[in-house]
Design a protein around this ligand. Structure first.
Ligand SMILES: NC(=O)c1ccc[n+]([C@@H]2O[C@H](COP(=O)([O-])OP(=O)(O)OC[C@H]3O[C@@H](n4cnc5c(N)ncnc54)[C@H](OP(=O)(O)O)[C@@H]3O)[C@@H](O)[C@H]2O)c1
Length: 287
């Protein structure tokens, strides 16, 4: 049956609704994860958050409960046994999971010659392996409530650093791990489409968080990054909220395998093929 635009206009709230969805946000205790968890809570979803620091995780859940339903399930997603226990806890509590947000992430910077291999492994364990293990092990819960019309959703947090080389951060493992997130997103999206589970990635530029608190000279990284951003500012809670509501609601049900660049245009910045001031070559005449 065809749906007319006037039908959609009369039901616009339902189009973006996530009310009563069951959501798990990893790394939901602060930063972007807290922004995402707070968005789903405010929109009427039942939200679980996880992070290693149990006190911080509980405090955030307590704070967000002021606006709706939020519970803390502290876990270390880099530890496969801890992930198993987390999955078991969700299974015991819920008949299904509608939205899995793989947001937990870490970065490590060090000059190439000194870059510790155990830091490389840890970055990959949190940023990539945990995403894979959680999606794999929560699949029965994700499939349980999924339909063709309203699929379950996996939302992975990538980074512009997974698409473009970021200068002077020495975060070798980070950028490579985020490129892996994009590839894993596409791989799982194809695998899970028939089960009515969509898998997409959000690729942020610079957002305020503990990860971006560090100082560059006498300015914060956020100030520096805002100044060089094509749209002239860092990302905000509204930016990540709108993208996640789209991805998790009926509005985003037909999108899978995508990487959404949420970076104010950073990913599209021109690359220099010649020195500044050098004239561009005349286009060659074609017959
Ligand atoms: N902020 C940005 O500008 C930016 C840009 C691009 C991409 N991102 C990505 O966005 C995501 C969130 O970043 P953020 O900036 O919000 O970082 P953040 O402020 O450092 O927060 C990271 C969250 O992940 C949790 N976490 C870290 N390791 C964990 C582990 N082993 N097990 C469970 N939870 C763990 C942290 O809690 P505990 O420490 O208590 O475990 C915290 O809740 C990351 O994937 C990051 O790569 C961020």
């Amino acid at each position: 049956m065809y749906c007319t635009s006037s039908t959609i206009m009369s039901d616009i709230e339902r189009l973006f609704s996530v009310r009563d969805k069951i959501v798990l946000v990893t790394g939901g205790s602060r930063g972007i994860g807290e922004m995402i968890a707070g968005t789903f809570v405010a929109a009427g979803a039942k939200v679980y958050i996880t992070a290693r620091n149990a006190a911080e995780c509980e405090a955030t859940a307590h704070r967000l409960r002021g606006r709706g339903d939020c519970r803390a399930l502290p876990a270390d997603v880099a530890d496969p046994q801890s992930v198993r226990l987390l999955v078991e806890e969700i299974r015991t509590r819920e008949p299904r999971l509608d939205v899995l947000v793989n947001n937990a992430g870490i970065a490590w910077g060090a000059p190439l010659a000194d870059y510790p291999l155990d830091a490389w492994d840890r970055v990959f364990a949190v940023n990539v392996r945990a995403m894979f293990q959680l999606t794999r092990d929560l699949l029965p819960q994700l499939k349980a409530g999924a339909t063709a019309h309203d699929p379950s959703r996996v939302i992975n947090l990538g980074s512009v650093a997974g698409v473009r080389v970021v200068q002077s951060t020495y975060a070798y493992a980070y950028g490579v791990s985020k490129a892996a997130v994009n590839h894993l997103t596409a791989t799982l999206a194809m695998e899970l489409a028939a089960s009515h589970v969509t898998v997409n990635a959000v690729s942020p530029g610079v957002f305020p968080s503990r990860m971006t608190e560090m100082r560059v000279g006498d300015r914060t990284m956020l100030e520096v990054a805002g100044a060089t951003n094509p749209l002239g500012r860092p990302g905000s809670v509204e930016d990540i909220a709108g993208t996640c509501l789209y991805l998790a609601s009926r509005a985003g049900a037909y999108l899978t395998g995508a990487v959404i660049p949420l970076d104010g245009g950073l990913h599209a910045r021109p690359i220099a093929l010649w020195e500044e001031g050098e004239p561009a070559a005349e286009p060659a005449a074609r017959s």
